[in-house]
Design a binder for this molecule. Structure first.
Ligand SMILES: [Zn+2]
Length: 390
């Protein structure tokens, strides 16, 4: 195993530059809808990585921020993927509400945790690796510009698929969690839209002729909730939006409900969709029609033997560095890492700098943990070996 002391010395020497780069990135407004701001983040990253010998490819879109793939070849044709995103959830007023500053061991700013700190971590870890001239595998840095808006208008999903063909492992540098928790399991995420069509009528004179779409939708919501709201279960469904009716003295002929769906296994999703289709096919009255549309956002991330091996390796390095052992956890939210783990690549997620309050005006990272995570990622790149992970 290669010593991490040189990594530590290098990062120590670079500390001021690292903080300057973090500040530069945090000060750029790159909310998901601010495409030029996201491009400005990409430009800063490209300047840094070009100087290290990376090839950079930018993909631009009409209705989404750009995606960036930066690549450097290694001795082996296998590569390690460092994954993240350049967009944030914030508008420009966040710079006033949570200005970039250091305060009692914390660094504040919009997107500092989710995930500009992770971008700086990635850049500086590869800088340390290349400085030590110990690069064995290729490195691909994939930073998307539309993570927070769900990749509806970009090539992100195709990109993940294409770039993962020769991947040895994925480190997703999303917001790090406190207490050394690393995410190895995530629930799959999707939405189910249930749209009911009935018949409008005057509720005073022709009530029997009407077909109440809201009543039918309500029946289906109650049935779905009675079966699928146990948080411990394999799948949960939660109604999030309902729409229906025009005015109070008309029997409503339309109603729509949208459910948030979280699931651990594809099979439970399949069973659930059969349940909702059966429910839709048996309305409480004739002449009520239901259409259901399911849209999958993220596949589930299951804890695989490969990911556990990768975490074991990372945790060992973390202990060696005096940062403590890492713990695997399962969470309910989706992330881009799930697309890689779903295709069988060893993946650790939430490996970025540790902090709190992501997506709020109190967002911060811990300064010490920030540098520790850069050292740990560099140490992983330095010591990772295909033979150990298989
Ligand atoms: Zn994020």
């Amino acid at each position: 195993m290669l010593s991490s002391d040189q990594v530590k010395d290098f990062i120590e020497f670079e500390k001021n530059n690292i903080i300057s780069l973090l500040k530069e990135l945090v000060l750029i407004d790159s909310g998901s809808h601010n495409f030029s701001g996201i491009m400005d983040v990409a430009k800063v990253v490209i300047t840094e990585l070009e100087a290290l010998g990376f090839n950079n490819t930018v993909y631009e879109f009409q209705q989404a921020g750009p995606n960036l793939v930066s690549e450097i070849k290694g001795e082996s044709n296998k590569s390690i993927i460092l994954l993240g995103h350049m967009d944030t959830v914030f508008d420009s007023n966040a710079q006033d509400l949570n200005p970039f500053r250091k305060e009692s061991g914390k660094i504040y700013g919009p997107g500092v945790l989710d995930m500009k700190g992770g971008i700086v971590q990635i850049i500086n870890a590869v800088k340390a690796l290349l400085y030590l001239n110990k690069q064995k595998y290729g490195i691909k840095i994939i930073l998307v510009g539309d993570e927070e808006s769900g990749h509806l208008h970009s090539n992100a999903l195709d990109l993940f698929k294409a770039e993962s063909q020769d991947a040895l492992a994925v480190f997703c540098c999303e917001s790090g969690r406190t207490n050394n928790q690393i995410v190895l399991e995530r629930k799959g995420v999707g939405t189910l839209t249930v749209e009911v069509k009935g018949r409008s009528a005057h509720p005073g004179n022709e009530l029997a002729a009407g077909r109440n779409a809201i009543a039918e939708l309500s029946r289906q919501i109650v049935k779905i909730h009675s079966q699928y709201t146990d948080p411990q279960a394999d799948l949960t469904a939660s109604i999030g939006i309902i729409e229906g009716g025009t005015t109070v003295n008309v029997v409503p002929d339309r109603a729509k409900g949208i459910f948030d769906i979280r699931f651990k296994q594809d099979k439970s999703l399949k069973d659930f969709l059969k349940f909702t289709n059966d429910l839709a096919a048996q309305p409480h009255q004739d002449n009520l029609e239901t259409e259901t549309i399911y849209i999958n956002e993220y596949p589930p991330m299951a804890k695989t033997a490969e990911s556990e091996k990768l975490l074991h390796f990372v945790s060992h390095l973390s202990k060696n560095n005096g940062f403590g052992a890492l713990k695997a956890i399962a969470v309910g939210g989706g992330a881009d890492s799930t697309f890689f783990s779903a295709s069988g690549i060893p993946t650790v997620c939430s490996f970025g700098p540790v902090g709190k309050n992501a997506h709020t005006y109190d967002e911060f990272i811990y300064e010490k943990d920030f540098f520790d995570r850069i050292i740990l990622l560099a140490d992983c790149l330095l010591n990772i070996d295909l033979a150990e992970l298989n």
